[in-house]
Design a protein around this ligand. Structure first.
Ligand code: HEC
Length: 321
């Protein structure tokens, strides 16, 4: 059977349409299937450009492979121009094709009034429970009863630490044989407190300062166990894993981050992670884990205490204060 004479021409046209459709509509559909997100991933214009360019090059090679191929490809075009498919068809073709090209050029070049593309909202509050607004970090200002209990523990040299630290503290103690376990925290407020303890005249003020140091010590330890890979030693969002994320882990030393939000918001944000964010915080997916699954409330608050301290920042004060 003889091949239809227009086959090569239509192969070229259909290939172009098919590749365009695959990139334009196929990729978004497949991306929704894979990610399970309520919106498709956008296809960058450069990707479309590269695919279409490659397709055109491939088709050009195919058509110019031999004189025969080229002739076959050009044949229907020449016949069309000679009017062999009918004069009306030719007239229509000569109007429609330049018309479409002209329309496209007009559409691209005409100045347009457009809505600005929506920006990502760094601190979306649409699903932030209002009651969290006034949450206070329970470890930031210990009550008198807590301070007294701490003094009693310290006098008996039985200060309780979080379980994650026990192994390290024990091997440290075996090695250095300290007079008091609190010596593990080598900061001025703790030294003052230990001195007072030895002299037998403890003041609540220095005990409170030492207790805060203990909370910070634990918070820093939990921070380096859980958050450091992304947010970094210097809390500047430059941990060893940070470069792997398109939406970089937040730099807490930046004035636009944790300083601009109330503590309760930070707590909610750490608890719910990237998956807890509403859609206005997308399209970039945040790698921030959902910490309420792995850390207790107490651990999260201690980390937040240490986080603000390491960054040398203070949380925003709630409106109602
Ligand atoms: C896998 C990497 C990763 C780990 C581990 C991680 N984070 Fe994040 N975190 C991110 C990314 C990415 C963002 C930016 C996301 C965003 O803005 O939505 C972020 C954002 C945050 C924010 C929001 C700051 C702001 O101003 O909006 C806080 C607070 C935060 N992280 C705290 C923590 C704490 C505390 C830990 C440890 C318990 C932790 N992160 C562990 C990746 C991580």
């Amino acid at each position: 059977m003889k091949k239809p004479r227009t086959l090569r021409f239509w192969t070229v046209v259909l290939s172009l349409v098919l590749v365009y459709a695959l990139v334009k509509w196929g990729i978004p559909v497949v991306s929704r299937q894979i990610t399970g997100l309520p919106f498709p991933l956008t296809v960058p214009g450069t990707l479309m450009f590269i695919y279409m360019l490659l397709t055109i090059i491939a088709l050009f090679l195919l058509v110019t492979f031999s004189e025969e191929h080229l002739a076959e490809f050009l044949d229907p075009i020449q016949r069309f121009l000679r009017g062999e498919y009918g004069k009306v068809t030719r007239a229509l073709g000569l109007i429609v094709v330049p018309g479409l090209v002209g329309w496209q050029v007009y559409d691209v070049t005409i100045p347009k009034v457009q809505q600005p593309s929506s920006l990502r909202i760094q601190h979306p509050s649409s699903n932030f429970p209002k009651k969290n607004e006034d949450l206070k970090n329970p470890f930031a200002s210990p009550s008198d009863a807590e301070v007294d209990a701490f003094i009693a523990q310290a006098q008996a040299n039985e200060v309780s630490f979080i379980p994650q630290l026990l192994t390290d503290l024990e091997s440290w103690a075996d090695y250095t044989e300290p007079a008091h376990m609190l010596e593990a925290i080598a900061t001025a407020p703790v030294r003052t407190f230990l001195r007072e303890l030895q002299a037998g005249s403890v003041s609540r003020t220095s005990a409170r300062a030492a207790l805060l140091e203990k909370h910070l010590f634990e918070g820093r330890a939990l921070y380096s166990m859980n958050c450091r890979p992304c947010h970094g030693d210097s809390v500047a969002g430059d941990g060893p894993m940070a470069d792997g994320f398109k939406l970089r882990p937040i730099n807490f030393t930046d004035n636009g981050t944790i300083e601009t939000i109330v503590e309760g918001y930070t707590f909610w944000r750490v608890s719910n992670g990237g998956p807890g964010l509403p859609t206005e915080a997308t399209p970039w997916d945040s790698a921030m884990p959902v910490w309420k699954l792995n850390l207790s409330e107490e651990e999260r608050w201690k980390i937040i205490l240490a986080e603000y301290d390491l960054a040398q920042k203070t949380p925003r004060i709630p409106e109602s204060h």
